[in-house]
Design a protein around this ligand. Structure first.
Ligand SMILES: C[S@@+](CC[C@H](N)C(=O)[O-])C[C@H]1O[C@@H](n2cnc3c(N)ncnc32)[C@H](O)[C@@H]1O
Length: 449
């Protein structure tokens, strides 16, 4: 992105950039990242990190850049509706990206409109290829300041969800839940921690609310490393829904101590930590070395242990395990509350590719499950194809496994239809009073003894 994008390809750049304030640089990072996510399917965090100014910015400016880009993806449909009357012919991608980031600030963020307009115009002026659009953008954004709020209000939250995803969710979950899911996209999701012990003490120290079996819910994200208990590994960040697959697996055993468990796609390790903290003898496999490094850091901080294997799980072999967790690679569309870019860097084709991989990983996980053992399949996806059809195909093709019907989740208030077919499907609009949760699909199986 940094070498090929039109905003960055400039010769006298260094000299000119010396005159640019950090807040303009932050806005430029946001626009570049928006382009990268949209054009190349890059994850937002990686796209931001790849922009040349990002690493040199203060944490506050980096957070500002991230908040602008995330708002563009949370409000994509409404931003489009705001710009439509004022932009007759689509400008080049870099100019569009700057306009979208400017509208995000003017309408949806706590930013003074005049600063959003003038600094966005400065972003365009900072590059030769875009400086010719400065007057045009200035005129458009002034109109946005005047009329943008009305235009945004006339566009419903569900307009922020790309059409192909909206169609799949509406067909699978219904029109009303779809509308409620869309409302979760424009809300601040807060932060869930999975707490090892003394949850009430941590709740008192942080003002958080205990929820589910092991989680503590905080209203704002902030600097997690500054929270009490971080240094000595009393907890780790993990969405309430993401904590369920390991809990379901552990509940199938009377005593989990020393049970041999395999976490097949383990990094960065939230579920490995849960299994290890309960006393299981855990082997954690993942094919990404970068993500495994984070798993190692998490184990070190929490002083927990697991045997780490850097390998493609399809090529991993070992003595079968009593407990196997397959938290499969998936589109991750269920995590849109904290990662709104997932709705903009996925496609029907990328989902189909993942489905093929899931269809290989599930039988592989079965082959690594001992007779009488338990296998749990989970995906943090809301796409229907990554859920029920996968386990239906698995049960048709792999003998010796039967579904363990899941009828409720302790401490979670979910409607009965979330357990249809003996599996669990959480929707982001569930438990709205306590703030919602990620979208997960979870199924559990036992192998014949
Ligand atoms: C949903 S994430 C796992 C999250 C993890 N279980 C946790 O709770 O922190 C899926 C993981 O699968 C890994 N992965 C993808 N394909 C894989 C494969 N063929 N073999 C092993 N790991 C794979 C990815 O690197 C990624 O870390």
């Amino acid at each position: 992105m940094t070498t090929s994008d039109p905003l960055s390809r400039q010769s006298a750049k260094v000299q000119r950039d010396a005159k640019i304030s950090d807040s303009v640089k932050a806005r430029r990072c946001a626009a570049l990242a928006v382009m990268d996510v949209t054009a190349n399917g890059t994850a937002l965090e990686l796209a931001l990190a790849a922009t040349e100014d990002y690493a040199g910015l203060a944490p506050r400016d980096r957070a500002f850049a991230r908040a602008i880009a995330a708002t563009v993806f949370r409000r994509s449909g409404q931003i489009k509706a705001v710009l439509k009357p004022f932009v007759r012919k689509a400008p080049t991608a870099p100019v569009q990206a700057v306009l979208r980031t400017a509208v995000a600030q003017i309408i949806f963020m706590d930013v003074p409109p005049h600063a959003a307009v003038s600094e966005s115009v400065d972003v365009l002026k900072s590059r030769k290829t875009t400086q010719g659009f400065a007057n045009f953008a200035n005129a458009v954004l002034r109109k946005v300041v005047e009329d943008g709020k009305k235009l945004a209000a006339a566009s419903p939250p569900k307009a922020n969800i790309p059409g192909w995803i909206r169609g799949e969710w509406e067909r699978s979950y219904g029109k009303i839940p779809m509308t409620k899911i869309a409302v979760q996209l424009i809300k601040d999701p807060g932060l869930d921690l999975t707490v090892r012990q003394n949850r009430e003490d941590l709740a008192a120290a942080t003002g958080g609310t205990p929820v589910g079996q092991q989680s503590l819910r905080l209203k704002t994200i902030g600097d997690v490393t500054a929270l009490p208990g971080f240094e000595d590994g009393q907890w780790w960040a993990q969405d309430l829904a993401a904590a369920q697959p390991a809990q379901i697996l552990m509940r199938q055993f009377e005593d989990v101590k020393n049970i041999r468990a395999l976490d097949m796609c383990a990094a960065p390790g939230g579920k490995t930590l849960q299994l290890a903290a309960a006393g299981m003898d855990v082997t954690a496999v993942d094919k990404s070395s970068g993500r495994l490094k984070r798993l190692e850091e998490n184990l070190a901080r929490t002083k927990l242990s697991a045997k780490i294997v850097h390998k493609d799980a399809l090529e991993f072999d070992a003595e079968p395990f009593d407990a196997v967790l397959l938290d499969a690679p998936c589109s991750a569309t269920g995590t849109f509350r904290r990662h709104p870019d997932v709705l903009h860097n996925r496609s029907p084709k990328s989902v189909a590719d993942l489905v093929r991989l899931q269809d290989k990983l599930l039988p592989k996980a079965a082959s690594l499950t001992a007779p009488g053992g338990v296998l749990v399949y989970a995906v943090c996806s809301l796409q229907p194809d990554e859920g029920f059809p996968r386990i239906k195909k698995f049960l048709e093709n792999v003998p010796d496994f039967r579904l363990i019907p899941l009828l409720s989740l302790p401490g979670l208030d979910l409607p009965p239809e979330r357990f249809e077919g003996g599996v669990v499907r959480t929707l982001p609009c569930d438990m709205p009073k306590s703030g919602g949760l990620d979208g997960f699909f979870i199924a559990a199986f036992r192998r014949k003894a």
